[in-house]
Ligand binder design. Sequence first.
Ligand code: DQA
Length: 151
Amino acid sequence: MTRLIYVLNGPNLNMLGVREPEIYGTETLADLRSRTEKAAAANGLTIEFRQSNVEGELVNWVQEARGKAKGIIINAGAYTHTSVAVLDALQAVGLPVIEVHLSNIFRRDQFRQHSYVSLAATGIICGLGGKGYELAIEAMTDILSKGGNKA
Ligand code: DQA
């Protein structure tokens, strides 16, 4: 059975390609999806890749991952900095979590420099654009090879 990873994307990431390309680059969400799928296939993983602008939908998907997936890769977009609900869901499901951001949130506005998601994440990858999604797949593969425990 292949190991399934949920790759969840938050608000405004559906606008990638047109959204502030000087910050987020020119790749679309579909581009990111195919990069992530390729990296997953190369590592023997399958992915469920989703995007929503709705906080509660992200919470539902995190909960859904429990029992179905071996881990969660999440770019929660702006909810990273605001959502206790997303954090609570990530902590509730007990799966390994890797947090991804296209931009380097630590060299941007002060309000982006705090992440609720980080409190539930094994690690964070930011500032490397779409490459970060591929690196997250590699990191998740590593975590799963060591037993897939939440750290
Ligand atoms: C982002 C960074 C967030 O601060 C922002 O709200 C986003 C995208 C990133 O991928 O760089 O929507 O998560």
